[in-house]
Design a protein around this ligand. Structure first.
Ligand code: AMP
Length: 512
């Protein structure tokens, strides 16, 4: 695997280069030499103690650098790893454990579970630093082997495990490397903010290791203490920023969040949810030396498959920001409901045909069959992934995301796209973030719409909130039919985020 080859090469050529660092330690937490040696030793341990059946191994924890050692060890021993974050609710974690039935669990944080054989952190560190003879580990993982399984929320309420292969990762990294190359210098630091159980982290973790950079981890313990996050950012000297737009919105609330705080920052990479025009504009003002990239993709197609550099012109335009052109060896199709291809500028379901579409859902053949459609590329059988997202391709082949199919609702007989209302709210210039939530009654019947908004700085300075709410409603009714104007507007200082850093719609649902 190219990723493992590259890490091995850095370990030989520049052994003392820092591979991983975090806010609690200005020194190396792991050098490339240590990363390579520890993962070899741990791979040897796995080979000796786990049946060679390519069964998944669970890695429990939050942002501990040793989790990266374990991930690489699993690759070398050809066992898929399945990261489970400490923020995962207990019930959900049990579901995952029962679905995976792992032979062993590596736990970087304390985990009371007598169900499976758990290797705690002290033991992991002891094994890595021990004298275990690992011989000459030749990584066993190959192109079609599953490299990781990431659990995402399923519509059944049970999480489903997306299987991504080694080949998908290597091909994704070739693309991500080409994206970050123009910004590479002597110290190439990537900021890691997403948990390792969220596929956005693959962008920073593995692109950093693939290119010989340094991963700077901001862990959850400090993510709750905003002041410390800013301090950590300041000492990171980061060049590449990877996050959801929601996280940038949160940071923008502090005036300190600017190029002066992150003088070396050259690139923002956003993915996972809509990047509002106002967020992009504010970032451009505060970070004149950094490019902003809006990328789109689901976990099932390995992080992202399209990207777009956001220019000032795009950010200042009325329309929502495009998510860009597909990466090489990827084509995006727009399907009508009858499965035929939509015309240019005609909206339909976004379908991804890419060499980075994963294998399907772990032990869920029915779900896999429903979302992954086989097709032939030459003589090779490949799979197209039906995203459940709505969008269209413009005449230049640029993809525009227009919302999730499951965010289409019927209110009093009208079909409404919630993201349409959200986009219009964002265009008013009064709000910087907006989420529209349908209010259901006791019989699950849709009653009305509520909009949660974060006011733009100018509007937030005015004290009369009632006046602002009325202004929003009035301005919105100039743009939308009356049935689409939310009956309730709720101003918040920030929107709640889920463990992946995206807006937490479920939490907002409970607030109305
Ligand atoms: P996940 O699998 O958790 O990464 O979520 C993937 C979903 O996030 C996609 O199917 C889209 O609905 C949404 N998404 C990803 N990137 C973007 C983007 N740039 N703009 C809008 N929505 C996005």
């Amino acid at each position: 695997m190219q990723l493992l080859e590259n890490i091995k090469q850095y370990a030989q050529e520049c052994p003392k280069r820092i591979a991983v660092r975090n806010d609690s330690c200005r020194e190396a937490v792991l050098t490339y030499e240590a990363l390579e040696r520890f993962s070899n030793v741990l791979a040897a341990y796995i080979n000796q103690n786990v049946p060679k059946d390519k069964s998944p191994i669970i890695v429990y924890g939050n942002k501990n650098p040793y989790m990266l050692v374990i991930f690489l060890a699993c690759m070398k021993a050809a066992h898929p790893y399945c990261p489970v974050d400490t923020s995962m609710p207990r019930e959900r974690m049990r579901d995952i454990m029962e679905t995976i039935q792992p032979h062993i669990v590596f736990a970087a944080e304390s985990l009371q579970d007598d169900f499976f054989s758990v290797i705690p952190l002290e033991e992991i560190v002891r094994i890595c630093n021990g004298e275990q003879d690992c011989g000459n580990i030749i990584p066993a993982i190959q192109g079609d082997d599953i490299l990781y399984i990431l659990f995402t929320s399923g519509s059944t309420g049970k999480p489903k495990g997306v299987e991504i292969t080694a080949g998908c990762i290597d091909r994704f990294l070739q693309w991500s490397e080409s994206m970050v190359k123009p910004y590479q210098g002597d110290d190439f630091v990537f900021l890691n903010q997403s948990p390792f159980s969220f596929d956005l982290s693959v962008m920073d973790v593995y692109t950093s290791l693939f290119t010989g950079g340094t991963l700077y981890i901001i862990d959850d313990a400090i993510q709750d203490k905003f002041k410390r996050v800013l301090q950590a950012m300041e000492q990171s000297e980061a060049v590449v920023w990877v996050s959801t737009p929601s996280l940038a919105d949160m940071c923008l609330m502090s005036k300190k969040f600017s190029q002066a705080l992150l003088p070396k920052l050259k690139m923002f990479f956003f993915c996972g949810e809509v990047l509002p025009n106002m967020t992009a504009k504010r970032l451009m003002d505060r970070f004149p030396a950094a490019d902003i990239i809006n990328a789109y993709g689901p976990t099932e197609a390995t992080v992202a498959v399209t990207s777009q550099i956001i220019t000032r012109e795009l950010a200042e335009d009325e329309s929502a920001l495009p998510v860009g052109k597909p990466k090489p060896d990827c084509s995006i199709e727009i399907w009508r409901t009858d499965g035929t291809l939509a015309d240019r500028n005609e909206a339909g379901e976004i379908v991804i045909k890419s060499d980075t579409v994963g294998r399907g859902y772990f032990r869920q053949p029915e779900l896999t069959k429903a979302a992954f459609v086989p097709y032939l590329q030459g003589f090779e059988q490949r799979y197209a992934y039906k995203t459940g997202d709505q969008g269209y391709l413009d005449e230049d082949g640029v993809l525009h995301f227009s919302g999730r199919s499951d965010m289409q609702i019927q209110l009093h007989g009208y079909r409404i796209e919630l993201s349409d209302i959200e986009q219009n709210l964002l265009r008013l210039g009064i709000v910087s973030s907006a989420v529209v939530i349908p209010k259901l009654d006791a019989h699950n019947k849709l009653r009305r719409l509520a909009a949660f908004v974060v006011l733009a700085p100018d509007a937030a300075e005015q004290n009369d909130e009632q006046k602002i709410r009325n202004r929003i409603k009035e301005a919105l009714s100039q743009r939308l039919p009356e049935y689409m104007v939310p009956s309730k507007i709720i101003c918040l200082s920030e929107l709640p985020r889920n463990q992946n850093g995206k807006v937490d719609r479920k939490k907002l649902q409970m607030l109305i």
